[in-house]
Every structure is written in structure tokens, then in C-alpha cells.
Design a binder for this molecule. Structure first.
Ligand code: SF4
Length: 269
């Protein structure tokens, strides 16, 4: 029998349609921006849709025909959560996401952010491209996965942009506050020099946020609380061993379970 942690790791790799869709769209947006900065050429919406559709099709094929490959190498193959648990994708869901592809790429190309990139290329300093930016907050290493940030020389502003492929959520502001904190610390700039945006690609809406020192104190406080909460589940702080599975209480809010990757582990508990 395979070790339990391998099963858990594999389930962690399941991707539901909204997550997969978001990843694919982010990947091609990043590529479109990088290509534009290097070549001065922007893709058409049809080109982006075709790329996105190609990846969704690849995910569908892996999920329906390559279960064994995925079991061996969950990192290398796609497995859609809906197909893993229900064997299929509903035609309505497929149709819905086909339409979303056109919407999000259209809105991306028309977005103020992309317009600024194309009109002001010379005066923007694009943030470092590393995938994993990190900072230490009270001895805890925090990875900050920011979509896009740049320095606008003309306005002496740092701009942070987060592309959203789903709906608006109460957590959006919180997430952006952490990015603002990172930029503030890394470049040693004042909060007044930082502008933060959510670009909601389904609707084309752009939302601007600004943060105060009070917001920063708040985000650090929330961060500390959530670190403490997570540490409750650490049996050994040096080896990072978790407590027993029975000590992870199951949620009482059953709607969470519908979209949870780990359902198969929970049924037997
Ligand atoms: S209780 Fe529900 S949400 Fe929590 S792990 Fe189990 S299936 Fe997932």
C-alpha cells in the first residue's frame, strides 16, 4: 500500500475548473505581457483564446484518459477535481467556461493596466520576474505570489495589479494589503507611493485600493493569528510533523466539502 502522505499530496494536486481556469489565464497573461515587453507585439484575443482552450482540452484529456499516469506523476499531468470525483464535466460548465475565456482575454487586452503597458512602456520599470518572492514576518518565511507590479517613473508610483478571473470577494482587499506590505518593505517606499488594483476580468471592472499604516498593522495582526492557528496542528516544530489526522476537526459547514480536494480521505473518518 502506498504511504498516506503520497495520497494526500496527489489529492492536493487536483484542480477544480475555477482554479485551473484561473491558472491558465494567468499564465497566458504573464506571457502576453513579457512578449509585449520584448517584442512590442500584443497578441490578439483569438490567439489568447486558442492558447487557453488548448490547455483546457489538454487538462480534459489527461483527466479522462491518463488517470494512471497522473497517479504516478501528479505534478506532470492534469487531473480535474470534477472528473476525478464525478467522472465527467457537465456540458453547462464547459459552455460557461468557453464563454469566460473570451470575456477574460477581451477584458485583459482592453484593461487600463495593459493599455498603460503598451502606451508607456519606456517609463515603466517592471518588477523582478521571480516566481517566488518572499519576506520574513516575525521569523516566518512568507511567500508572496504577486501577479504583476511595476514602478511608474513619470508618476513616482509603485503599481501592484492582481488579475481576478472569478467574482469579487471580501478577501481581495486583505490579499492586496499583504502585497502592499511586501512592496513597502522591499523597496522602502511610503504607502502613499503605492497604488493597488484588482482587475476583474470577467466584468472588466477595475478597483483601486490604497492602504494606511493602520491597514498594515491590521494585516500583520491577522497574519500572526493565522500563524498561531496553524501551529496548533504542528506536533513537532523542528521536523514540521503534523498532529494526528483525528485532531484536524471536520468542518460543520458542509458546503465547503463539495469543493474540497480531500473528500476521499474524509469519507472513511
Ligand atoms: S470536512 Fe469537508 S472540507 Fe473538511 S477535509 Fe473533509 S471533505 Fe474537506
Amino acid at each position: 500500500m502506498e504511504p498516506y502522505h503520497q495520497q494526500v499530496y496527489r489529492l492536493k494536486k487536483l484542480q477544480s475548473m475555477p482554479i485551473l481556469f484561473g491558472q491558465i489565464v494567468h499564465r497566458y497573461i504573464e506571457q502576453a505581457i513579457n512578449d509585449y515587453l520584448q517584442t512590442g507585439k500584443a497578441p490578439t484575443v483569438e490567439e489568447l483564446i486558442q492558447l487557453g482552450r488548448g490547455q483546457l482540452n489538454a487538462a480534459f484529456i489527461d483527466s479522462t484518459r491518463r488517470l494512471d499516469f497522473w497517479r504516478q506523476k501528479p505534478n506532470k499531468y492534469y487531473m480535474m477535481q470534477e472528473i476525478y470525483y464525478h467522472g465527467t464535466l457537465s456540458p453547462e460548465l464547459v459552455q460557461d467556461y468557453k464563454e469566460r475565456l473570451r470575456l477574460v482575454f477581451n477584458h485583459f487586452l482592453m484593461s487600463e493596466t495593459f493599455q498603460q503597458i503598451t502606451s508607456q512602456k519606456g517609463s515603466l520599470r517592471i518588477g523582478e520576474p521571480e516566481q517566488f518572492r518572499s519576506m520574513k514576518v516575525e521569523d516566518v518565511q512568507v511567500f508572496v505570489v504577486m501577479d504583476f507590479h511595476y514602478y511608474d517613473e513619470l508618476r513616482d508610483k509603485w503599481i501592484i495589479v492582481d488579475w481576478k478571473t472569478g467574482g469579487e470577494s471580501d478577501d481581495d482587499r486583505q490579499q492586496l494589503a499583504l502585497y502592499a506590505y511586501y512592496v513597502q518593505q522591499k523597496y522602502r517606499v511610503s504607502l502613499a507611493q503605492i497604488e493597488v488594483y484588482n482587475e476583474y476580468l470577467l466584468t472588466g471592472k477595475r478597483k483601486k485600493y490604497s492602504f494606511t499604516d493602520f491597514d498594515m498593522e491590521n494585516i500583520l495582526y491577522t497574519f500572526q493569528r493565522s500563524v498561531l492557528e496553524m501551529k496548533k496542528y504542528q506536533a513537532d516544530i523542528f521536523s514540521n510533523e503534523p498532529v494526528d489526522i483525528e485532531d484536524f476537526e471536520q468542518t460543520q459547514e458542509k458546503w465547503h466539502c463539495r469543493g474540497c480536494n480531500f473528500r476521499e480521505l474524509c469519507v472513511s473518518r
